[in-house]
Design a protein around this ligand. Sequence first.
Ligand code: NDP
Length: 504
Amino acid sequence: MTTHETTGIHARSYQQWIDGSACEAASGARFPRSSPAHDVVVGDYPLADVVDTDRAVAAARKAFDAGPWPRMSGAERSRILFRVADLIEKHKDELVLADVLEGGKPITQVRAEIAGAIDLWRYAAGEARSQHGESNTSLGQHMLGLTTREPVGVVALITPWNFPFVIVSQKLPFALAAGCTTVVKPSELTPGSTLRLGSILDEAGVPAGVVNIIVGYGASVGQRLAEHPNVDMISFTGSTGVGKGIVRASAGNLKRVALELGGKNPQIVCADADLDAAADAVVFGVLFNAGQCCNSSSRLLVETSISEDFLARVDELTKRVTVGDPLDETTKVGAIVNQNQLDRILGFVGGARDDGARIRLGGTRMKSDKGLFMAPTVVSDVTRQMTIANEEVFGPVLAALTFDDLDEAISIANGTHYGLSAGIWTSKYESALKAGRELSAGTVWVNCWMDGFPEMPFGGMRESGIGREQGRHAVEDFMETKSVLFHQGPRTSRWVPALEAGQQ
Ligand code: NDP
């Protein structure tokens, strides 16, 4: 570990984790990561390539085909997963710091994220004990039917940079609860907290080969995992474009694919709503994690009759949000993850201006002596056809549209190719119920935004994804169902006439 002289920030050195051991990449290559908020190196990591990917998959395959993990009782797996949760809790400060420094995320927010992740591990640990099939005794007196549930096999988990530890915790404990073995590939922008998991899992008693963690570029390691004939399932969170590529790459052996992709999520604000609460939620919804969030409420749909007053309120609240050093306890919005992402965000804002929208607040990179910070941005006079109303910006940029009645609001809300989440602010029961039924989204929030629980499924409709994470059925997504039929007594209906005695 090296300490940077002027900031006091430590740069940590990590290793990858294959077959129960920490190791270097086969090529010996390593790469650094600088904090996007402090411009100093905060970590360096082995750079995996296809050779390491094949080693990691071979270890997971062996652990699945011949190892103890898939053969253990659910109770045993559950006990180990609870131990993992306890150890994550014990080492949480280290994990928090890795995500803050590599991702540029506010420290108070990341503390809450790691606490949420621990809760996910505990929830999945509980679920490990209740995964079983069913019996069917009503198939006739000579037949007993059993449906058994078995782990899918080797699962590759590919995760992005925006919520590194939360997202791996939405997948890994559920795959493990099912009895699967895994290869995990975090984004090379924020791999530290995921790599640190290797030795935590080992200390908790997860056998060698069950979880393998490598970091490499999506185009090499990610692509190899998606194509690999010995990987049975792929669970991916990231952009819709890469998600489509993964579906294509996985066709070789028809892997099961679970995708959690982007969104252009609307919050509908009706004139009859609690406007104070709604304005706070709109600002939170778009600025949380600097807007680098699949659940970002990047579209505001506000009823025309209140739109000017409401937007003025949103502007005022936005100006109060503290943007800056993610290590500062008072910071609400941290850095943008890298220059590419910042350029992409500025490109969308420029495009909106060219399309005739009004940039009423922000719209530029913030001046700072170090780091990449984007000014919180509010764009109004947006119409349905504009790019800013349809594409995921992944930055602190709110696009405001207006509507005249709820049918129009729902039509605008459902008018993109995404369907991840949506929300409505209203005091009318009828409007809330209609929105709950008619919004095409995996999650609909009524008079709240972004509340989530391990008990509640999460995922997207349409081009926002395939499958659901969390909730009671999350472990099932990592399992196959098998029908086993038992016949009792003499054969009930012959297909060909029986042989006579002497013909046999
Ligand atoms: P990507 O979808 O490119 O990255 C997500 C993960 O997929 C990373 O681990 C990445 O690795 C990996 N990956 C990249 N290419 C492949 C591939 N061909 N096969 C398998 N895995 C691959 O997102 P970006 O980081 O490029 O962000 C771009 C945009 O994506 C954002 O602006 C945002 O709109 C969206 N996004 C959505 C997220 C969500 O939560 N739904 C999360 C992150 C991004 P590597 O980092 O090495 O490229």
